[in-house]
Design a binder for this molecule. Structure first.
Ligand SMILES: *[C@@H]1O[C@H](CO)[C@@H](O)[C@H](O)[C@H]1NC(C)=O
Ligand SMILES: *[C@@H]1O[C@H](CO)[C@@H](O)[C@H](O)[C@H]1NC(C)=O
Ligand SMILES: *[C@@H]1O[C@H](CO)[C@@H](O)[C@H](O)[C@H]1NC(C)=O
Ligand SMILES: *[C@@H]1O[C@H](CO)[C@@H](O)[C@H](O)[C@H]1NC(C)=O
Ligand SMILES: *[C@@H]1O[C@H](CO)[C@@H](O)[C@H](O)[C@H]1NC(C)=O
Length: 444
């Protein structure tokens, strides 16, 4: 409850701040998802820890929580009367309760398939309804079906904007519902805000030329800024967005794609050939900055080099003990795992070598607690010898069935990240996001 009050206060302050600056400021939270969010992009896969923002949709406005996803295009909302394969159902958007809601008929240009905004072409109901039906799907066979619709979206103190979204009426997931916590933030999100560069994304539809976020660690609100930030951003290092002229089967042209130049562990730059870090002739091997994926994924060769160097440095300094169970893989892609009591690993993590994702012109550095994730429910030993299992928060893309490098939001904690579409670049700077969020609020 206390946490909830804090968010509300920050939200009110930030909304005022935004109004003064002409931009929009919103609280941003990391929360456990009860359901996995389907996404339109074939490179995406399941993620149950998400970044969310509060949004008001429709007339009169209905408050919903949406996942902020820079890796997706078409936004969607679970709509009234939807059916779920996996209870509990998150709160739905009541379309019939909104006077500004409208279903988009087939002849609309928005219903034309451009071959990348949706995984499969929309289908058309027979006249007179001519409803445009959309379907979103996941690499792991989760799927969502619904109709293309439009309504007004109100984010923070900004003026309401009308945008297309998928009004989802049927949803199914292949995996059972995820870990639940007592956390007040564990209520599931109603939808997803598609923030990539595609024609149907929220960013493109609302002509947003710049947005930024700062994700705080733990259960503390961070901040999302849409539009002009009024000069509150710290000095940023920018890396250019990569575009390719021709479509390639495995290259996502509407992702925030950047060039990875190298990976370092402490002072040691890993011996990875440049060709492994760049997209190949099929487009596989691009590097995406993605707020919709939790951890970071590296293609197999780069992953193997990181795992070997990190383990070797950590062992040489006697900081971590390998798990020693060759068959153990967390979430199908994380097999650089260790064992240790919580207190000793917490102490050791401060001394672990920093892992740097070296981008052209910028770097995303991962250190301390962000390097390891304690696997829920995995314990080894008993009594005083009881230890937890910890895995490196970098996964193997190939094992996850992903053909790209993905920089997930876990590694963007306490980093100010700016998506500057105007100048085709992404900016990064280390930041204390809890303080930045407070400062933005307190300044009002
Ligand atoms: C929606 O949220 C706003 C801001 O937090 C609040 O003022 C309003 O009462 C809420 N509306 C409903 C219907 O809960
Ligand atoms: C949901 O809203 C739509 C749009 O108004 C309406 O056509 C439909 O009947 C509603 N479904 C339910 C179950 O209320
Ligand atoms: C949705 O809105 C309609 C019209 O206001 C109302 O009759 C209906 O009860 C609402 N449904 C739910 C589930 O709130
Ligand atoms: C995500 O959900 C899966 C399946 O429900 C579960 O095995 C996994 O532990 C969850 N991940 C996290 C980080 O909670
Ligand atoms: C839930 O709350 C209980 C009692 O307050 C606590 O023992 C338990 O650790 C909590 N679980 C989680 C996942 O936070």
């Amino acid at each position: 409850m206390e946490a909830f009050l804090v968010i509300l206060c920050v939200f009110v302050f930030l909304a005022r701040e935004a109004a003064a600056k002409g931009g929009t400021v919103l609280p941003l939270r990391v929360r456990v998802q009860e359901v996995e969010a389907p996404a339109a992009n074939r490179l995406r896969f399941r993620h149950n820890i998400s970044l969310t923002v509060p949004v008001a949709v429709g007339t009169p406005p209905q408050n919903v929580t949406m996942v902020l996803d820079t890796g997706s295009e078409l936004s969607w909302l679970l709509c009234n009367g939807s059916s779920y394969a996996t209870p509990p159902s998150p709160p739905a958007f009541n379309a019939s309760g909104s006077s500004s809601y409208g279903a988009i008929p087939c002849p609309s240009p928005a219903c034309k398939w451009r071959g990348r905004d949706l995984p499969v072409p929309p289908s058309c109901d027979t006249p007179p309804s001519n409803t445009c039906r959309v379907s979103l799907s996941y690499a792991d066979a989760s799927s969502a079906e619904g109709i293309l619709a439009a309504d007004t979206f109100l984010l923070g103190g900004a003026s309401p904007v009308s945008a297309y979204f998928g009004c989802i009426t049927s949803y199914s997931s292949t995996t059972s519902s995820s870990t639940t916590t007592n956390d007040t933030s564990s209520e599931a999100a109603t939808g997803l805000l598609g923030m990539n560069r595609g024609a149907l994304s929220f960013v493109t539809q609302t002509r947003t030329r710049r947005f930024a976020y700062c994700i705080a660690a733990g259960d503390v609100p961070g901040v999302l800024l849409l539009g002009d930030d009024g000069g509150v951003a710290p000095p940023l290092n920018y890396t250019p967005l990569i575009t390719i002229p021709q479509p390639l089967p495995y290259f996502d042209r509407v992702a925030y794609s950047v060039q990875l130049d190298g990976i370092r562990v402490g002072a040691a730059l890993l011996p990875i050939p440049k060709s492994v870090l760049a997209p190949d002739h099929t487009g596989a091997g691009q590097t995406m900055v993605d707020s919709g994926t939790q951890f970071t994924f590296l293609l197999a060769d780069a992953y193997a080099a990181l795992k070997a160097e990190f383990t070797s440095q950590a062992q040489a300094r006697q900081l971590l003990s390998p798990l020693g169970e060759p068959g153990f893989v967390f979430q199908g892609a994380f097999d650089a795992c260790f064992r240790g009591a919580e207190a000793s690993v917490a102490a050791a993590s401060a001394l672990l070598p920093e892992v740097g994702l070296v981008l052209r012109g910028a770097e995303v550095a991962v250190a301390g607690e962000k390097l390891l994730y304690m696997v829920p429910g995995e314990r080894r030993g008993e009594g005083e010898d009881e230890e937890a299992v910890w895995c490196l928060t970098f996964g193997n893309s190939d094992m996850a069935g992903v053909s790209a490098y993905v920089i997930g939001h876990h590694h963007q904690q306490n980093v100010w990240v700016e998506y500057d579409l105007q100048n085709g670049r992404v900016g990064f700077a280390p930041a204390r996001c809890d303080l930045a969020t407070q400062r933005l609020g307190a300044a009002a």
